[in-house]
Ligand binder design. Structure first.
Ligand SMILES: [Zn+2]
Length: 563
């Protein structure tokens, strides 16, 4: 503390740090209350540890003497947004590799691939992501032969926008040693050329590892760069904490390196990629909060099925547009129960990816089963819960189950969901309001990089069920839109609860970490269009500015006391 006061005495102008009492005043503030409502405030005091010491409403007495004062000049303040489901390292790597999200046709995608390859002659593989054949007006998957036209003989591997399929060229397929005779891994699919067994180029879900296990592994310094890129992208959108879904030991080490070097500004709560990584990272139990509440490992992420786009989602009845298929379960109910049990016995939190109605029914059944053995506050997480049989929706309201859902998926995927499911099965699709009405905690996120982490876009979709084009006019299945209050809580207090952080994150209230944003609109009053266009001006974490629009870079942390 001696160091701290010296630093402040020497440079008072640089003092908006956690090392001083900071009064933020003259703001139009709103925060979720953790009970589904909101509270208004005009100012708050941050203590020297970066926590909120007091919140001031109209007419409340302010302290006479503080180390530093921030005049909000009437700007809007909201709590830092918490992305309840994202992939931090993949978000960073997507920024470092070829991005195909904007390609509107196969030819345009191939042109971008050729250009990227020419610009990166030293890259041993051509790597990228974001393609979507539906966006190209293609009613089939692309092929290796098509990719060969753009890549020549260099191996190429391009992951589909949903992360649940990859497109390889001939060089990658032969580098990976995949032939007509290669066995199909469980929960996966190798698309074949018509009339034979030759791999066609696209590998779905469990089969992706056939190629990915043979790719050059990123170096530790590449991972450091990726984490930095992800952090910048998240802070710029007002995300101050994120649940990382599927953390590998390499990812965890990159996060530790960043935190050790005081480069980790955002808070990351991790869910290990499978029980082996869970045991490697956590050992016998979840980690405690590390680095002043910047990093923690809570539990495990398990995949029960794939995604709708690649028809990997596990359905009760066949796909409307592929009557021979009900999707690709990654495991059966017994296997899922065993893995969930393995995690729960050591008090790890369990988060299960479930997209299709059969996957959701199966994970809900496993939760019911295991709750008899594993009592107490477990907060079983169902990730996505996209397509749920209406008969199963009430089951979310039991055993402390959390529905971790992503509003942006509804806007992006609604027409594809209609094609895959047909009209009869849409009643329980992206059913945020019905699921919340069961008493389940709703935690909102983005699934970045599948969708960009843009909480204000997510809020706009959550209250309108409309895309960026304002379509459909009254919203898609508009009865499932949620209130502004519920949406804001789902991105803050609900997401905090889902990661066992509701005692410290998600609210602007006494005792909470001072994570907050200056934004240019009031989320309780803005139209959906205004909400979508909301600009984050400053992102503060632990009482320190971590990002500002004026600088547009991550602002380095001061050493915080108590490390
Ligand atoms: Zn995900």
């Amino acid at each position: 503390m001696l160091l701290a006061s010296t630093a402040i005495a020497a440079s008072p102008a640089l003092a908006p740090a956690a090392l001083a009492d900071v009064l933020v005043d003259n703001v139009e503030g709103v925060t979720g209350d953790g009970k589904g409502g909101v509270e208004r405030f005009e100012g708050f005091l941050i203590d020297r540890d970066g926590r909120i010491a007091e919140v001031y409403r109209h007419g409340d007495k302010r302290p006479k003497k503080v180390d530093y004062q921030v005049d909000g000049k009437g700007r809007h303040v909201v709590p830092g947004m918490i992305d309840a489901h994202g992939h931090v390292m993949a978000t960073g790597f997507a920024k470092m590799t070829l991005d195909l999200t904007m390609a509107k046709s196969l030819d345009e995608a191939l042109a971008r691939i050729t250009a990227w390859a020419a610009a990166h002659p030293d890259a041993p593989w051509i790597l990228g992501s974001g393609w979507n054949q539906a966006q190209w007006g293609l009613d089939r998957m692309p092929t290796a032969a098509e990719l060969d036209r753009a890549t020549g003989g260099k191996p190429a591997w391009l992951v589909r926008v949903d992360g649940h399929a990859g497109w390889a060229n001939s060089a990658a397929i032969s580098a990976a040693g995949v032939t007509a005779a290669t066995a199909v891994p469980q929960g996966g699919e190798i698309l074949r050329l018509s009339g034979g067994k030759q791999p066609a180029g696209v590998f779905v879900d469990g089969a992706m590892a056939l190629i990915e296990s043979k790719m050059p592994r990123p170096r530790p310094e590449d991972r450091d760069t990726a984490l930095g890129e992800a952090q910048l992208a998240l802070l710029a959108q007002g995300v101050t904490a994120i649940a990382d879904m599927g953390t590998s030991i390499d990812d965890w080490q990159a996060m530790r390196r960043a935190a050790d070097a005081s480069r980790l500004r955002i808070r990351i709560v991790t869910y290990a990629d499978g029980v082996d990584n869970m045991a490697l990272i956590g050992g016998p139990r979840p980690t405690p909060w590390l680095y002043d509440d910047h990093l923690k490992m809570n539990g495990v992420k398990l995949y029960l099925d794939g995604a709708l786009g690649s028809r990997g989602a596990w359905l009760k009845a066949p796909y409307a547009d592929a009557p021979e298929s009900k999707g690709l379960p990654r495991m059966n109910e017994t296997q899922l129960g065993n893995l969930m049990s393995r995690a729960a016995m050591d008090n790890f939190q369990v988060a299960v990816h479930a997209i299709g109605d059969q996957a959701n029914a199966t994970v809900l059944a496993s939760i019911e089963d295991l709750s008899a053995t594993y009592k107490g506050d477990r907060r079983w997480r169902v990730e996505h819960a996209q397509i749920v049989d209406p008969a199963d929706i009430p089951r979310f309201g039991k055993f402390g189950t959390i529905a971790s859902m992503q509003p942006q998926h509804e806007a992006s995927d609604r027409t594809m969901a209609e094609a895959r499911l047909g009209p009869a099965r849409l009643a329980g699709a992206y059913a945020w309001k019905s699921i919340a009405a069961t008493g389940a905690t709703l935690a909102f996120g983005s699934d970045t990089p599948v969708e960009p982490s843009q909480p204000f876009v997510g809020l706009a979709v959550a209250i309108s069920r409309q895309g960026a084009d304002g379509q459909p006019f009254n919203g898609w299945q508009p009865q499932e839109a949620v209130s502004r209050e519920l949406a804001l809580n789902a991105y803050t207090t609900g997401a905090a609860y889902a990661m066992f952080a509701e005692d410290r994150l998600g609210r602007i209230a006494k005792g909470y970490r001072a994570d907050f944003l200056f934004v240019d609109a009031d989320p309780m009053l803005a139209t959906p269009e205004q909400l979508r266009a909301t600009k984050v001006m400053e992102t503060w974490i632990g009482g320190q500015m971590a990002w500002s629009a004026a600088k547009d870079r991550v602002i380095p942390a001061k050493d915080t006391p108590g490390r």
